[in-house]
Design a protein around this ligand. Structure first.
Ligand code: A3P
Length: 297
C-alpha cells in the first residue's frame, strides 16, 4: 500500500494506519468495516441499538462507549486534523487507547484488508462489512470533502479521477479491492457482508439479519423501535436532545445528507458514467458482487 505522505498529495487525509496495525485485538471485539461514505455512521447506530437491546439511552453516556473509528481513537498530534477534532470533541485524551475500553468492544474502521491490525487475522473477531454502490458513494464523498467539512476538492471530476486511480480520500487504495477483499470472505463464520442499498430497501430485515449475526435476540417491538430511530427521516431531524447526538457532540448529524439510491444521476455526465462503468467492470466482473444503482430518471 502506498504511503500518502511520500506521494505528497495534500488532498489525502492522513490516517494513522501504522498504529492501527499494532493495535491489540480481542476475540470478542465486534468490528464494522467500510470504505468511507458507505453508510458507516448509520450502521454504527443500528449496531449500537442492537447491542443495547434498543435502549437508545444506554451506553451513549460515556464518550469511550460511543461507537468510534479506530483511526480517530488512535490519532495523535500530526495526524488528520478532522480526526483530532473529533477526538477532542468527545473529550478523549490525546493518548487515549482502545486497550482501555471494556470488553466487548464495538469498533469501526475504514482500513482496507492489508492495513488491518496484524492480530485481527489471528483473533478473527466478528465483523460486519457495509458496501455501497460506487456512483452514489463518490457523490456523497464529494459533498463531504468539498462542501461540508473541508474544501479538498473544487470539482467533482477531480475526486472522480482520483477515485478511479485508487487515490481518493486517504491511503485506502482502490475501492474495488476494498469491497472485494471482504466479499471473497463473506462466507467465513465471523463475516457478515451487507449492502447499503439492501438496508435502504428493507431496514427491518437488515436489522434482524445483523442482530442474528451478532447473536442478539430482538422482539418485534425492539426491531420497530430501532428501525424508527435509524430511519433516514428520524436521523435527519433528530432532536438536539437525542442521547446519541449528545454523546457524539453533534448539533446536527453531519453524516446524514440525502440517503438516496441513484442520486449520482444528478451529478454524473455521460463520459463520467462510462468511466465508472468501466471501472466497475474491471473490478467486479465475474465476482458475483453487484450493486443496485437506482431507478432511471
Ligand atoms: P449521502 O451523502 O449519499 O446522503 P458514512 O457514514 O459512511 O460517511 O456514510 C454517509 C452516507 O450515509 C450519507 O449518504 C448519508 O446520508 C447516509 N445515511 C446516514 N444515515 C442514513 C439513514 N438513516 N438512512 C439512509 N442513509 C443514511
Amino acid at each position: 500500500m502506498e504511503d500518502s505522505t511520500k506521494l505528497g498529495n495534500p488532498r489525502r487525509v492522513q490516517l494513522p494506519y501504522g498504529k492501527v496495525k499494532k493495535m491489540e485485538i480481542r476475540h470478542d471485539d465486534l468490528f464494522l468495516i467500510s470504505y468511507p461514505k458507505s453508510g458507516t455512521h448509520w450502521l454504527m447506530r443500528i449496531i449500537t441499538l442492537i447491542l443495547n437491546g434498543s435502549d437508545f439511552d444506554a451506553d451513549c453516556r460515556h464518550a469511550s462507549a460511543v461507537p468510534s473509528l479506530v483511526e480517530m481513537l488512535l490519532s495523535q498530534e500530526g495526524d488528520d486534523p478532522g480526526m483530532l477534532m473529533a477526538k477532542k470533541n468527545r473529550g478523549l485524551p490525546m493518548d487515549f487507547s482502545p486497550n482501555s475500553m471494556e470488553s466487548p468492544r464495538f469498533l469501526t474502521t475504514h482500513a482496507p484488508y492489508d492495513l488491518l491490525p496484524t492480530q485481527f487475522h489471528e483473533k478473527r473477531p466478528k465483523l460486519i462489512y457495509i458496501a455501497r454502490n460506487p456512483k452514489d458513494l463518490v457523490v456523497s464523498a464529494f459533498s463531504h470533502f468539498s462542501i461540508r467539512s473541508r474544501h479538498i476538492y473544487d470539482e467533482f471530476s477531480e475526486l472522480l479521477e482520483e477515485f478511479l486511480a485508487g487515490q481518493a480520500i486517504a491511503n485506502f487504495g482502490h475501492w474495488g479491492s476494498h469491497v472485494l477483499d471482504w466479499w471473497k470472505r463473506r462466507h467465513e463464520h465471523n463475516v457478515l457482508y451487507v449492502k447499503y442499498e439492501d438496508m435502504r430497501k428493507d431496514l427491518k430485515a437488515g436489522i434482524k439479519n445483523i442482530a442474528e449475526f451478532i447473536g442478539k435476540g430482538l422482539t418485534p417491538e425492539d426491531v420497530d423501535k430501532i428501525a424508527h430511530h435509524c430511519s433516514f427521516e428520524y436521523m435527519k431531524n433528530a432532536p438536539q436532545g437525542d442521547t446519541f447526538m449528545k454523546a457524539m457532540g453533534w448539533k446536527e448529524n453531519p453524516f446524514v445528507r440525502r440517503g438516496k439510491v441513484g442520486e449520482w444521476k444528478e451529478t454524473f455526465i455521460v463520459a463520467q458514467n462510462e468511466m465508472m462503468d468501466k471501472y466497475c467492470e474491471q473490478w467486479l466482473k465475474g465476482t458475483g458482487l453487484e450493486f443496485e444503482m437506482g431507478r432511471s430518471k
